[in-house]
Design a protein around this ligand. Structure first.
Ligand code: TEU
Ligand code: CA
Length: 564
């Protein structure tokens, strides 16, 4: 078991547009993040992953970059970026930037030149194809944001590929000049103090038209993908001890081992999405289904057992593309605090590097989207126009419920700092509506409430720094067929953790007498502050109740279990 800083770290994801506004224009910015670094240090996170802050026309909120070496106008200046990096490092934290190089913006100088003709130096920086003989796009590939994945440009008499929006043309990684440009750009930011990269849809960079003409597999991994990652590693990453996490929709555990096995020289970890599609039907994301814990348990257990000592997992239950985890996997109406703390057990007590999405540590919930006016995200807006208006595949009622449950705007409401107007996010008009529950779900209130979700997260993060078993312990499932219990052990030498979670609103008995001998374990953590160890190892768990036991195989200072 090779120790690595990025295995022991906890990462906090910031969506800058919604984190903290510093100049009253209703849009979060870099100076706003700088003003909240003490809060993040107090929370106890080690790494900040900041979603894109580069020059962009914001067709997809920064995931469409028009200049990779300039700061987005709304977010601030390069001087403010340098100040932010200095502030992060001064507090002993690290910065991971978002590398969005599967595609650029169509307003990037490379594309503006490339679209002019077939013979300019940037002509092959993107993926251009002739129309079908009978006219029309070269094949039926669909964009992930609805509609054809091809856009016609009369100047070239050709179509260009955009797996996302038409303003996000895919870069041609088969062109060595493109790869060189990207490597040099990465070095530019490393020289400015960046400590790692989150790589946007990095498993899509190698295309193959022959292998998948009808585009059945939206997230197709092309033949030269691993070659390009190994080249990037050799030319840029190697020897710098960076955290690199590849966003790899569609990746399997076997793929993850190919990406993260140390001897392969590619990435330190990836984001998988299998557990993000468990409440989707055959019709995809908008064809929503009720969440069922056993499906999540089965999936996460398989990834734990598959990657142990062969690769490395990332652990997350929400981000800027997914609905809030307490609303999706917990019960944000009857047991908001209990289920938020319970879900933290799932993210932080499995083997892998945990990721906290801004506001998760407060138990922030979905927005309860009321109508199209609430929407800002092109994925949801395009899907509405396509699936309801254009092709009537869903009724307006179904689609609105689908967006209410799965829409990305749920994750993008402003951070809830306090109960002042606009939750302390801005003194202006926020770019997206603040969730009205900020009056009782906010950082200021929770900083002074010992029993809050925030204090529970602080407790968990401080324990991770103390106990190697939490980082490196082997995962062993418990009660794998129980209808509502998600429980497991972590084992590292003599050290053992037992984690038990009741994922239902019903009281649930659990018997640990055969697993934890009397007096062998101490109570480590419990999301109901009055939970106590039972001498016979039998418990009647309350709704969304969970706890963590530890077998004292490791000397520890303080004895406080409830996160206080
Ligand atoms: O997301 C890629 C991706 O997988 C998303 O399309 C996701 O599956 C979907 O939105 C969930 O419905 C990355 C970024 O995280 C996302 O914000 C960008 O919109 C996208 O790439 C294009 O850059
Ligand atoms: Ca601002």
């Amino acid at each position: 078991m090779e120790r690595q800083w990025w295995k022991e770290a906890v990462v906090y994801q910031i969506y800058p547009r919604s984190f903290q506004d510093s100049n009253g224009d209703g849009i979060g910015d870099l100076a706003g993040i700088s003003s909240r670094l003490d809060y993040l240090k107090h929370l106890g996170v080690d790494v900040l992953w900041i979603s894109p802050f580069f020059k962009s026309p914001n067709d997809d909120n920064g995931y469409d970059i028009s200049d990779y070496r300039e700061i987005m106008t709304e977010f601030g200046t390069m001087a403010e970026f340098d100040e932010l990096v200095a502030g992060i490092h001064a507090r002993g934290m690290k910065l991971v930037m978002d590398l969005v190089v599967n595609h650029s913006s169509d307003e990037h100088a490379w594309f503006q030149a490339s679209r002019q003709s077939r013979t300019n130096p940037w002509a092959d920086y993107y993926i251009w194809k002739d129309p079908r003989p009978e006219g029309g796009p070269p094949n039926d590939w669909q964009s992930i944001f609805s509609g054809s994945a091809w856009e016609y440009v009369p100047e070239r008499g050709q179509y260009y590929l955009h797996l996302f929006s038409p303003k996000q043309p895919d870069l041609n990684w088969d062109n060595p000049a493109v790869r060189r440009e990207i490597h040099e750009m990465m070095k530019f930011w490393l020289d400015k103090g960046v400590d790692g990269f989150r790589m946007d849809v990095i498993n899509l960079i190698s295309k193959s038209f022959a292998a998948d003409p009808e585009g059945e597999d939206l997230y197709f991994q092309g033949p030269r993908l691993h070659e390009y990652l190994q080249e990037m590693n050799r030319n840029v990453l190697a020897g710098r001890n960076l955290l690199t996490v590849g966003e790899c929709p569609g990746a399997s555990p076997e793929d993850a081992i190919d990406f993260t096995a140390p001897e392969r020289g590619e990435l330190t970890m990836i984001f998988t999405f299998e557990h993000m599609d468990l409440d989707s039907g055959p019709g995809g994301k908008w064809d929503f289904r009720e969440f069922a814990m056993p499906a999540l348990r089965e999936n996460l257990s398989r990834w734990q057992l598959s990657l142990h000592e062969r690769g490395w997992n990332s652990l997350y239950l929400n981000n800027h593309d997914q609905p809030r985890m307490v609303s999706r996997f917990g019960d944000d109406r009857r047991y908001p605090k209990e289920s938020a703390k319970l879900l933290a057990h799932v993210v932080h007590f499995l083997e892998g590097t945990p990721y906290i999405y801004q506001g998760e540590e407060l138990g922030m919930t979905n927005l309860n989207i009321e109508g199209l006016d609430d929407l800002r995200d092109l994925e949801s807006i395009n899907a509405w126009h396509d699936l309801v208006e254009a092709r009537s595949l869903f009724t307006p009622e179904h689609m609105m419920e689908a967006i209410r449950r799965k829409g990305r705007d749920n994750a993008r409401t402003p951070m809830q700092w306090d109960d002042s107007p606009q939750a302390g996010f801005t003194t202006g008009q926020p770019w997206i509506r603040v969730n009205p529950n900020y009056q009782w779900i906010n950082a200021a209130q929770q900083l002074s409430d010992p029993d809050s979700v925030l204090q529970y997260y602080r407790r968990i993060l401080s324990l991770r720094r103390e106990l190697p078993v939490m980082v490196y312990g082997r995962f062993e499932p418990l009660f794998p067929d129980h209808p509502s219990l998600f429980a497991w052990e972590r084992i590292l030498g003599e050290e053992r953790l037992i984690v038990v979670n009741n994922f239902s609103a019903e009281p649930t008995p659990v018997d640990l007498s055969g697993i934890a001998r009397q007096g062998e374990f101490e109570l480590f953590l419990a999301n109901y502050s009055d939970f106590r160890l039972s001498p016979d190892g039998r418990y009647e768990l309350r709704p969304y109740e969970g706890f963590v036991l530890y077998n004292e195989a490791h000397e520890r200072e303080d004895q406080d279990v409830s996160g206080r």
